[in-house]
Design a protein around this ligand. Structure first.
Ligand SMILES: Cc1cc2nc3c(=O)[nH]c(=O)nc-3n(C[C@H](O)[C@H](O)[C@H](O)COP(=O)(O)OP(=O)(O)OC[C@H]3O[C@@H](n4cnc5c(N)ncnc54)[C@H](O)[C@@H]3O)c2cc1C
Length: 404
């Protein structure tokens, strides 16, 4: 193991990585440009720890829908990529990952990481008391389309052989498990249920982890510190901050979410990431709030019981440029949620919402890699960064162990 490492970024991935290294005895410094942790994509995401629902975005089903998406006819999914070399490179690789074979392989690779992440989270929680509304209420995906439900049943079999426990339910079985579904106006053809899926607030997780890391593991945490550059030497790497400071360590780990793009060209990975914007809002529980996470597959919305509230997340804009909140988009999410589960939340009480950029790779799998003797990257966690964070942190720590 290196003796010292600097982790760039204090989102869920950076915080988990700092923990994985610090508990192996590495002297860790976290540098975060914001004035607190989890101010990027980790702030108010869907809060799902979806260890078994790891379906890659690139799939034959999505490929068939490209004309519809390109014409802007799907309110939940928009395509808006820049037409530059990096975006085109990403899109080509995305298309190449849309075959049935690649979809299955990417989904199963995600599942393997998800199962490792679940173990790593459990170990952390056995070791330390952390308050971030973590619960294991289970999760259900609701299908309205017969073909989509049939494909998901095939995936259940495949995943079962790879360690995941999911089951297909009839509508009556689903409603018996989750009575909140009775409030749906539209029928559905079936559901996929997994009892062991968890939820937790990613921002509160990061906020709870920082003092723990500082107190129990001696991690040096520097907020309001933006890394602008680094220079690798024979025995160490020197980072420069935008305030003109210079800091040395044996290794650095880049965990900068979508902003890692600013540093990827020099690593030969200029087209590795594409931003996919999404929205969320948090509302008081409604008259018949779900007791578990519910995903409405057709509308691409997740409902998550979180603390005393319901967190709803959804919408995807591939190639988004910023995190500005478009009030019409936010309203379309609220309206779609109210149409899917009218009594799940007190929609009238929603005050504002949040938008974030998912750092997407073309195969929906994070990039955990040593790019040079002194630099490791842990980026590109896409739609499942909260789910994968603890697992990818462990993998990165193993990589660093092997190379030291
Ligand atoms: C609407 C929405 C819903 C989602 N729902 C879920 C879900 O239910 N389950 C799930 O698993 N995932 C979900 N995700 C995905 C998940 O939120 C992301 O994959 C995850 O947060 C990425 O974490 P990260 O730490 O890599 O990035 P971030 O959280 O963005 O953290 C990166 C950090 O690096 C800092 N930084 C960047 N550049 C520098 C620099 N140069 N110097 C210093 N600091 C720097 C940033 O300030 C930031 O704090 C969702 C995402 C969105 C947008």
């Amino acid at each position: 193991m290196p003796r010292s490492a600097i982790v760039i970024g204090a989102g869920v991935v950076g915080v988990a990585t700092a923990y994985a290294l610090a508990r192996r005895g590495v002297a860790v410094t976290i540098l975060e440009k914001a004035d607190g942790p989890a101010q990027g994509a980790s702030f108010a995401n869907g809060a799902q720890l979806s260890y078994c629902y790891t379906e890659a975005l690139a799939s034959p089903a999505l490929l068939r829908r490209i004309p519809v998406l390109a014409l802007g006819l799907d309110p939940a999914f928009r395509l808006n990529p820049r037409l530059n070399v990096d975006s085109i490179g990403w899109l080509i690789r995305f298309m190449m990952n849309s075959t049935e074979g690649r979809f299955q392989a990417n989904t199963l690779a995600g599942l393997a990481l998800g199962l490792e992440a679940r173990l790593a989270m459990q170990e952390l929680l056995d070791r330390h008391h952390l308050d971030f509304d973590h619960e294991t209420p289970g999760k259900m995906l609701i299908y309205e389309n017969v073909d989509a439900f049939a494909s998901s049943r095939k995936m259940i079999e495949l995943k079962r052989k790879n360690g995941a426990v999911q089951e297909a339910l009839s509508p009556a079985e689903a409603i018996a498990l989750e009575p909140a579904l009775l409030a749906r106006k539209e029928g559905f053809v079936g559901a996929v249920y997994a009892a062991q899926e968890a939820v937790g607030d990613p921002r509160r997780f990061c906020e709870a982890m920082l003092p723990l890391l500082a107190k129990e593991y001696g991690v040096d945490i520097r907020l309001n510190t933006r890394v602008s550059n680094w220079k690798e030497g024979r025995k160490s790497v020197t980072l420069s901050t935008s305030a003109g400071e210079h800091l040395d360590a044996e290794q650095i780990v880049l965990c900068a979410g979508i902003e890692a793009r600013l540093h990827l060209k020099r690593l030969g990975l200029g087209s590795a990431l594409m931003a996919m914007k999404g929205y969320s809002f948090t509302a008081p529980r409604g008259e018949t709030a779900p007791s578990m996470s519910i995903t409405d597959v057709a509308r691409k919305i997740v409902f998550c019981p979180l603390g005393g509230n319901i967190r709803v997340a959804g919408l995807a804009e591939l190639g988004a440029r910023n995190t500005e909140i478009d009030q019409r988009r936010l309203k379309s999410l609220t309206d779609a949620a109210a149409a899917a589960l009218p009594k799940a939340a007190d929609y009238a009480a929603v005050q504002g919402g949040w938008a974030g950029l998912r750092p997407m790779t073309a195969n929906s799998l994070p990039i955990m890699r040593r790019t040079s003797p002194r630099v490791t990257i842990n980026i590109g966690h896409g739609m499942l960064g909260w789910t994968y964070a603890m697992g990818s942190a462990e993998r990165v720590a193993h990589l660093m162990e092997e190379w030291a």
